[in-house]
Design a protein around this ligand. Structure first.
Ligand SMILES: NC(=O)c1ccc[n+]([C@@H]2O[C@H](COP(=O)([O-])OP(=O)(O)OC[C@H]3O[C@@H](n4cnc5c(N)ncnc54)[C@H](O)[C@@H]3O)[C@@H](O)[C@H]2O)c1
Length: 303
């Protein structure tokens, strides 16, 4: 088991070289960590490596391995970024631990608690949640989540390594599904979908209102500071009035389920709440990256 006197993390294996994993590997290599990237599908590794290398200078230590056990063996930290499936993640955690008894095992799961993923390991003190946001090279926050057995040393070492990699880690002290960011995000999405489903307004209007009201503010003032800023007496009065009619269903919207059942999956199928003509998905990705980059650079200028 690691102790608080453990040496800092120097080497990293990223398991899963898809959308997230290849960029997480790029961030860690760029931050000075010896990094190896692996995936069950060896065919994607050359393209994944070249995407990760494009984020780095020539001097970084970044490689790939088609063998997960080899990639994981001997490293200080493993970041798992494979498919979001509890059973598959559980199996991969057992394989990773069998090949490396000492490493901190971290999962980039979006919503599945680390306690569930690591539940079949004998010792979970070196298992943490490490939730990066997409695109992981741009979005500063990484949520570091304490599972039921996670040691202070494992939390501290991950926090320190992510800081060295140029990220803004935050501690999530209880292993709740969705952690902090996704709970907040999906509380908003549940209400957004319900407003459309119940005919209060159309889908375009929901996004227009969000982007031109709370969306304008949120990057500068979070909900807690904003509540204090407007006054907690006003916040209380608003909640007494509005909370009883805000959706609180503990299950997904029937409207959402119907869209999915009909094959209307959004951008990837051409139609969802909105229409997505060919090329519009790529245009949206570029628009989003450009906006996030310009917001971050504006923030750095005013820090
Ligand atoms: N996409 C996002 O916006 C986002 C954001 C935050 C967190 N996440 C989480 O990150 C993880 C990865 O998401 P993604 O979007 O990169 O997925 P992805 O589908 O792009 O990549 C997943 C990769 O895992 C590989 N894989 C599947 N099973 C494997 C196994 N048993 N062993 C090794 N490799 C295996 C696949 O071949 C694939 O290349 C998921 O847990 C997801 O919930 C995704």
């Amino acid at each position: 088991m690691l102790t608080s006197a453990s040496t800092p993390i120097k080497s990293v294996a990223v398991v899963g070289a898809g959308l997230m994993g290849r960029r997480i590997a790029g961030v860690m290599a760029r931050g000075g960590f010896r990094t190896v990237l692996t995936d069950a599908n060896a065919e994607i590794l050359p393209a994944a490596l070249s995407d990760a290398q494009a984020m780095c200078s020539d001097v970084v230590e970044l490689s790939t391995s088609a063998d997960i056990a080899d990639a994981v063996s001997g490293v200080d930290l493993v970041i798992e970024a494979i498919v979001e499936n509890l059973e598959i993640k559980r199996e991969v955690f057992k394989i990773m631990r069998a090949s490396n008894a000492e490493a901190i095992l971290a999962t980039n799961s979006s919503v599945i608690p680390i306690t569930a993923i690591a539940s079949e390991l004998a010792d979970t003190s070196n298992c943490v949640g490490m939730h990066w946001w997409n695109p992981p090279d741009l979005i500063p926050i990484v949520e570091v989540i304490r599972g039921e057995g996670t040691s202070d040393a494992a939390m501290d070492l991950c926090f320190e390594a992510l800081t060295r990699a140029g990220k803004l880690p935050v501690r999530v002290e209880r292993d709740v599904p969705g952690f902090v960011g996704n709970r907040l995000q999906h509380a908003l999405w549940r209400e957004a979908i319900d407003l459309v489903a119940s005919g209060v307004c159309d889908a375009e209007t929901v996004d227009l209102v969000v982007r031109n009201t709370i969306g304008l503010r949120l990057a500068e003032m979070g909900p807690i500071e904003n509540a204090d800023y407007v006054g907690l007496d006003l916040t209380l009065a608003i909640h007494e009035q509005v909370l009883p009619s805000i959706n609180s269903d503990p299950f997904p919207s029937a409207h959402l389920s119907e869209l999915v059942a009909a094959g209307n999956l959004g951008a990837k199928s051409g139609s969802g709440f909105l229409e997505w003509p060919v090329g519009s998905r790529e245009a949206a990705a570029a628009r989003l990256s450009a906006h996030v980059s310009s917001q971050l650079s504006a923030q750095h200028h005013t820090d």
